[in-house]
Design a protein around this ligand. Structure first.
Ligand code: GLN
Length: 465
């Protein structure tokens, strides 16, 4: 079978191709002369699988898309507190190149407009670093994000430098306001150089997928951005990534995104997919007209809106019951002929999944409540099995809730067995008294033999344990 996804992407491009509105960026000569027929799209799944269509090898400068990643680097190099001291996180509603600072505190409104991005650039490496040290660090990190060595387009760099009065103006304003401490022209030159790094849509989609995949490049497996920084970056992309079009974008497309004046747009849907689209003609906000159309269509067709509530975290726990029957070698095991209750968790478990688990345990192992028919029905179970076989991950809060539930069950002298082949429970047994250790096994057979003795079997009363 041929995958339908590349065909879909080709159809998506054909739908966007007739759109002829807009103009390539005029203030950077190289961009003004871009081939406006170019059109491409790429998707990278959170496991690193890449799909692309159209002019997917054509390179263009990353421009303002770099701001999202340089913000992450600034957080790493200067720390989030210092970054927040210097740059706000409020959408400005202004054009990207406005000479503006927040009236109350004299900080740039956010890191996605030029003022904030130049300030973020100046925090890379350290405040006394040279433009070369900073751009070197940025180029190296962007290359790791893309999974291949990227290069600065010197022609684009020179062209923008020739017409950089506005950005230079912003640099001097930032210096006068005490936001940057280095020489303004160093910060601006470095910033323009970071904007001149060449990429294609596949690079951009991989960089976006790294954000979607909690900061780990899904193709190389390299952890590049700490997960807290990813959350910060995606938050400002959501509220400020599309400049004065941010509200419109969030409601129509609903994907944290960032655009650049060379015609690229990235979108990073947390936990799912990284997307990039490219075509040089821009609307008056500086966003590629065709790339916007592609994102709108993709979001509708694929259900990519982040506020889509069709997936409710409800089905993540299932309960089943098995009866353990003694084997020949161990006919009188004390746990024979009694029922075992199995709670199975599925998927990426967060608070809601762990809450469902504790609720099910409390209800089924507690006292029967006449008003609630199923309650108390496993009160006399000889063992409680928590199966994490199909749990992909537990986040920190889910882990805490489940650990606490296990400790409480053990305090009631229940026999608790955890099936954890993927090692997601991560209970720090070294720190806990042995009375608080559940019995952890790799699979159902080991669980069964621990409960019922070697050679025992389980008669399944429900589900397929
Ligand atoms: N280098 C461009 C500038 O500073 C980036 C702008 C953009 O992509 N929106 O003007």
């Amino acid at each position: 079978m041929k995958s339908p996804i590349p065909d879909y992407l080709n159809a998506l491009l054909e739908k966007a191709r007739p759109i002829e509105d807009g103009m390539p960026a005029q203030y950077i000569k190289t961009l003004a002369n871009a081939d406006t027929s170019k059109l491409a799209v790429a998707l990278v799944m959170a496991d690193g699988n890449v799909y692309s269509a159209g002019d997917d090898k054509v390179e263009f400068s990353i421009q303002s898309i770099s701001k999202a990643f340089v913000y992450a680097i600034a957080i790493e190099d200067a720390g989030l507190d210092r970054v927040l001291e210097k740059i706000g996180v409020e959408p400005s509603g202004d054009a990207f190149n406005k000479l503006s600072l927040h009236k109350g505190n004299n900080r740039p409104m956010n890191p996605m407009i030029n003022a904030g991005a130049i300030a973020a650039h100046s925090l890379v490496v350290n405040p006394n670093a040279t433009a070369e040290e900073r751009t070197d660090r940025i180029l190296k990190t962007m290359s790791r994000l893309a999974g291949r060595q990227l290069h600065v387009d010197e022609e684009v760099y020179q062209a923008e430098l020739e017409d950089a009065d506005r950005n230079m103006g912003i640099g001097y304003m930032l210096k006068a306001a005490g936001v940057i401490s280095c020489k303004p022209d160093e910060a601006v030159k470095g910033y323009i150089r970071q904007c001149s790094i060449n990429v294609n849509v596949r690079d951009l989609a991989m960089m976006a997928a790294t954000l979607s995949n909690a900061g780990v490049n899904p193709a190389t497996g390299e952890a590049i951005i700490p997960v807290d920084s990813v959350r910060q970056v995606l938050s400002v992309m959501t509220t400020c990534g599309m400049y004065d079009g941010a509200g419109d974008w969030v409601s129509r497309v609903g994907i944290p995104a960032k655009s650049g004046v060379a015609g690229g747009i990235i979108g990073a849907l947390p936990g799912q997919v990284g997307i990039a689209a490219f075509s040089p003609k821009l609307n008056d906000r500086g966003n590629s007209v065709r790339a916007v159309a592609i994102f709108e269509q993709l979001s509708r067709d694929m259900g990519f809106h982040m506020m889509d509530v069709s997936q409710i975290a409800r089905a993540s726990v299932s309960t089943s019951v098995a009866k353990i029957v003694a084997g020949k070698e161990d006919p009188h095991h004390r746990n024979c002929d009694r029922s075992v209750v199995i709670f199975a968790l599925r998927g990426a478990v967060r608070f809601a999944g762990s809450e469902r688990l504790t609720r099910a345990i409390v209800r089924e192992l507690g006292d029967p409540n006449p008003k609630d028919p199923g309650s108390g029905k496993h009160q006399d179970a000889c063992a409680i099995v928590i199966s994490l076989r199909d749990a992909f991950s537990l986040n920190a809060v889910a882990r805490r809730v489940i650990h606490e539930s296990i400790i409480r069950l053990l305090a009631e002298e229940k026999n608790v067995v955890v099936i954890d082949p993927n090692d997601v429970l991560k209970m720090d047994l070294g720190k806990l008294p042995t009375s608080q250790h559940p019995h952890i096994v790799q699979n159902e057979k080991e669980a069964r033999e621990y409960i019922g003795g070697i050679g025992c079997s389980a008669v399944i009363q429900s589900d397929n344990w």
